[in-house]
Design a protein around this ligand. Structure first.
Ligand SMILES: Nc1ncnc2c1ncn2[C@@H]1O[C@H](COP(=O)(O)OP(=O)(O)OP(=O)(O)O)[C@@H](O)[C@H]1O
Length: 299
């Protein structure tokens, strides 16, 4: 079942189109990463999903039910949008207790459970205002997870976390997804989202430019063999007769992206040796995510 489904969702602020006919589907147990530059429209879409702002047109279904018509699934949703808000003078445990009461929960053990899960035990009796940014983020996640929602919506959840914190959040989200929780998260950090999500949507200027699984992403990243010998011009002339996609690269290198060269670089090496141009460097290079992202939003 689609846990989230949007159809041609539009929202403008004056002359700025923040959401331009966005249609997307998120299935149960997926970690769906919403990727875009600052101002691309991620928060706007998340706020529409949470009913915080109304779309100008289009349609949202959560758990198969239309959002505008008597939607009452909020107990199944946890969220963290933008900076995690906490009552600064209250302790971590007290902050969670407020959410516990607001959500009208009936299992006191949930608070300890979530404190433990988010590794907040050492800070339990510390006031929220003295927490580091990373721990404030954890407290925000703890609030979002307190009631064990089926759908977790997180806007930039790894902002402010140190590398260790990022690894922990990634493990936590994987664990939740393995247990059937659906996670929809936004980020502008490409490398991280590729590691956390199993599907990625790229948004640019309010438009969903592409949507793909992380496995598809790995396939779509451009690959090339980069060769360097003592004579760049001669190497290019030689390789261009054997490989259609041989071009001059920086620093006297030659770059070849033919599948044949990618699959059998040893043949290419033998050819160079035979012709008196033994390679000083022969490397299989995969496009980095930053480059893929820029290529995608520009196309
Ligand atoms: N309430 C608003 N009033 C006017 N313009 C807005 C409002 N909210 C968002 N925008 C504009 O809509 C566009 C999309 O903003 P949005 O916050 O959704 O982007 P984002 O991808 O979440 O960016 P960021 O990563 O910086 O949070 C931006 O140009 C922003 O300035």
């Amino acid at each position: 079942m689609d846990i989230i489904s949007t159809y041609r969702l539009c929202k403008s602020f004056g002359s700025t189109t923040a959401s331009d006919a966005v249609s997307l589907q998120v299935q149960e147990g997926e970690i769906w990463g919403f990727l875009g530059l600052n101002g691309a429209g991620k928060t706007t879409l998340i706020r529409m999903l949470l009913g915080m702002i109304r779309p100008d047109s289009g349609n949202i279904r959560l758990f198969g039910q239309e959002l505008n018509t008597g939607f009452n699934q909020w107990n199944d949703i946890g969220y963290l949008v933008e900076t995690p808000f906490a009552y600064p003078e209250l302790t971590v445990a007290e902050n969670l207790k407020i959410y516990y009461k607001l959500r009208q929960l009936k299992q006191p053990a949930l608070i300890d459970e979530v404190i433990d899960r988010l590794k907040l035990s050492p800070y339990r009796t510390k006031k929220a205002k003295v927490l580091s940014m990373g721990n404030q983020q954890r407290l925000g996640l703890a609030k979002a997870l307190l009631h064990k929602p089926r759908l977790l919506i997180l806007d930039e959840p790894i902002n402010g976390l140190d590398p260790e914190g990022i690894v922990e959040v990634r493990a936590l989200l994987n664990e939740l997804a393995a247990g059937g929780t659906t996670v929809f998260l936004s980020s502008h950090i490409l490398g991280e989202i590729a590691k956390i999500a199993n599907r990625i949507g790229i948004i640019h200027q309010g438009r969903l430019v592409t949507e793909l699984s992380t496995a598809e992403l790995a396939q779509r990243l451009q690959k090339k063999v980069v060769v360097q010998t003592r004579d760049g011009a001669a190497t290019l002339a030689l390789l261009a007769t054997h490989y259609t996609a041989a071009v001059a690269g920086p620093d006297n290198t030659v770059e070849i992206s033919n599948p044949q060269a990618l699959q059998q670089p040893e043949q290419l090496a033998s050819l160079l040796v035979r012709e008196g141009l033994p390679p000083r460097q022969l490397q299989l290079v995969t496009e980095d995510l930053e480059h893929f992202f820029l290529r995608t939003i520009r196309s």
